[in-house]
Design a protein around this ligand. Structure first.
Ligand code: WTA
Length: 630
């Protein structure tokens, strides 16, 4: 199948696409278009352009028409042990339609952006599907982002509608989401166009008050959506119409609104879910990612439903009330396929095997990981202890930009190697380049690029196509540049070595060092900051921040705490630096460029600094080493 997908992508993808419902078929000449050569004109890729479909229809109505109306679409497990509910495909379809009708009633049209800022409750995937139903573009913002980050995304997306929830309990921590939304709208000032805020009332979390409800802007879900009709006319959209945008961090500048379109994304999300997770209708699949990240889009919401499977949505945290929670859930519902991040595996491994062995986990047949390289020790523990030595592991490499898995094992199709993402998925042509952009052959190590379009690749950055080309295609004309390094072994297996740019991967969350730096210098006493990622035993990478403070100001513990608080409030708690290192000055070249390579070495206590001849002032380095433990 792989060979066929490369030699004749049009035939390959159109055969798969025929299994879906299309209102209008594609023109055989337009199945795959585009190339990655910026010298030949603007980058413009399309799959099935001109054809019409709707992904919500394929996720819901198409499944119902195949007799799956009573099959569970979502199994929801709340934060507390006794909170759960199951929603069938028919029930989800009705709820999606009610919300879609409400959105349409208030004037939301095809192409309009809708921001979703919600915890992992069924209303989150339901909101995504409701937008899709009417052709609106959803922009889910992870509910761990601060008001400032949310404001930035509201402004950049020019959204007029936000869907949220008053509050949520995660473990024992209460997150007051509605007040974060209120502050974000306030912070947005004139740039914020929000006219409607629809709020789910989570009565389990907190006795809520309506005190800060703004008449005509704020609406309770229950009082409005519930009243709407449960049938809704589907908006048939072009395969190349935008389905969603999702912000992600790059190595420079503010977060990028990655835009994904409908047809190719649908086909690819469904196909990867089917083959990589060996998922069949009715199977229970649990992807632990939050819908605020791409993994939650493709493998909580769209992929499982497109396959008629049941997706488990978990609101809580894996160590509450204790670190056995995941396996308790697996046993309670009979989860067959479990997909998570290496950081979670490592943190549970540290808690000891007893929490795992207390549960049978006999329903599990396949395990997956995503988000960061998995170290062989964690891989082996996952395989031996969690999977009782009988479940294959799929280590899936992909990105927000790629929409779905690009390099991944296929369970039982070929042998896997602990720590390797194995081989390219159908239709994917990875290459390894050297710094000069030359393709390396055979066994090699270098920069990971992709040579040809695949159906679910991002089509643009919202409002900034030139940035799209500059970030992904200009570095190496003819190729999509992933930002990752990789090694290929003698069997052709890929081993991802991690980011080669200034993106830091903390617990599988992407954070741009530039974003953390700009949060730090927003403190009035911080004049300069340089942030690097360093190895972290549980989180994969930790954030190490060098800060220069105003001349004459004393560096104190208090100031250090304030700086960390600044990052928490500007980006979100998950981006808080692990270490703050006081730097009276930073190592720079004569032209003023910060030498991060040296900063990384000092941070991980590797004092073989290598060539420091380009440094403007060598004394700076000695001083930084001396101040390391201050
Ligand atoms: C990293 C998450 C090694 C990689 C789906 C990539 C991985 C970034 C793997 C994208 C893996 C993801 N092995 N590294 N299996 N999966 N990564 O956009 O550095 O949040 O570029 O998408 O995560 O992160 P993003």
């Amino acid at each position: 199948m792989y060979k066929e997908s490369i030699t004749d992508p049009s035939a390959f993808w159109s055969a798969i696409a025929s299994e879906f419902y299309w209102k209008k078929e594609w023109d055989p000449a337009n199945i795959v278009q585009g190339n990655f050569d910026t010298t030949k004109g603007p980058i413009s890729t399309s799959f099935f352009s001109g054809a019409q479909t709707n992904i919500a229809w394929n996720c819901l109505d198409a499944q119902i028409s195949k007799g799956r109306g009573d099959t569970a679409a979502f199994v929801w497990e709340g934060n507390g042990l006794d909170e759960n509910k199951t929603m069938s495909y028919s029930e989800v379809c009705s709820e999606v339609n009610k919300l879609a009708n409400w959105l349409r009633n208030i004037g939301v049209k095809k192409g309009d952006r809708v921001i979703i800022y919600m915890p992992m409750i069924p209303e989150l995937p339901i909101s995504m599907l409701a937008c899709a139903r009417i052709g609106a573009v959803h922009g889910v913002v992870f509910a761990g982002f601060s008001a400032e980050s949310l404001a930035q995304r509201i402004i950049d997306s020019e959204a007029k509608i936000i869907l949220t929830c008053n509050a949520v309990l995660r473990g024992t921590k209460l997150l007051d989401l509605k007040s974060i939304v209120d502050s974000a709208i306030g912070l947005g000032g004139d740039g914020c166009r929000i006219t409607h805020c629809l709020c789910v009332a989570n009565e389990r979390a907190v006795p809520f008050s309506e005190s800060n409800f703004i008449l005509e802007r704020d609406f309770w879900w229950k009082e409005t959506v519930e009243k709407m009709s449960s049938t809704c006319e589907t908006e048939w959209v072009d395969a190349e119409d935008a389905l969603f945008m999702l912000y992600t961090s790059g190595s420079t500048g503010k977060p990028k609104g990655v835009v994904h379109t409908t047809g190719g994304y649908m086909v690819y999300a469904a196909t990867t879910t089917k083959y990589v997770f060996d998922l069949k209708p009715g199977d229970l699949f649990w992807c632990t990612a939050d819908c605020g990240w791409i993994t939650g889009h493709t493998y909580v919401t769209y992929g499982p439903l497109l396959n008629g499977a049941t997706s488990l949505v978990f609101e809580g945290v894996p160590n509450y009330p204790d670190p056995g929670r995941c396996w308790e859930i697996v046993d309670k519902f009979g989860v067959q396929v479990f997909y998570t991040a290496p950081t979670l595996i490592r943190s549970l491994q540290r808690e000891g095997d007893d929490y795992v062995k207390k549960y049978s986990r006999s329903s599990l047949r396949l395990l997956g990981t995503v988000g960061e390289p998995i170290n062989p020790e964690a891989w082996k523990w996952y395989h031996k202890v969690v999977g009782n030595g009988k479940c294959p592991i799929v280590d899936t490499w992909w990105q927000t930009e790629t929409g779905g898995h690009l390099i991944t094992p296929l369970p039982a199709a070929f042998p896997s190697k602990p720590g390797s993402a194995a081989l390219p998925f159908f239709g994917v042509e990875p290459v390894i380049l050297n710094e000069q952009g030359k393709e390396l052959l055979g066994e090699c190590e270098g920069l990971l690029c992709i040579k040809s379009p695949w159906p679910s690749m991002m089509r643009t950055i919202y409002g900034d196509h030139p940035r799209y080309e500059t970030a992904y295609f200009k570095p190496f004309p003819g190729y999509y540049f992933t930002g990752d390094g990789a090694r290929r072994d003698k069997d052709g297996y890929y081993w991802i070595t991690g980011r080669v740019d200034d993106v830091i991967n903390v617990s599988g969350h992407r954070i741009g060092s530039a974003e953390v730096e700009s949060a730090l210098v927003s403190h009035s006493l911080c004049t300069e900051a340089a942030v690097v990622g360093i190895e972290h035993a549980i989180k994969g990478q930790g954030i190490y921040a060098y800060v220069t403070i105003l001349d004459g100001v004393e560096y104190t513990m208090e100031l250090k705490k304030e700086l960390i608080a600044c990052v928490r409030s500007t980006i979100g708690p998950f981006a808080a630096p692990d270490t703050i290192h006081w730097a009276p000055s930073l190592p720079k070249t004569r032209s003023g460029k910060i030498l991060r390579r040296i900063l990384r070495k000092i941070a991980c206590k590797d004092d073989s600094l290598g060539d420091i001849s380009t440094l403007a002032d060598k004394g700076v380095v000695e001083e930084l080493v001396r101040l390391r433990d201050v």
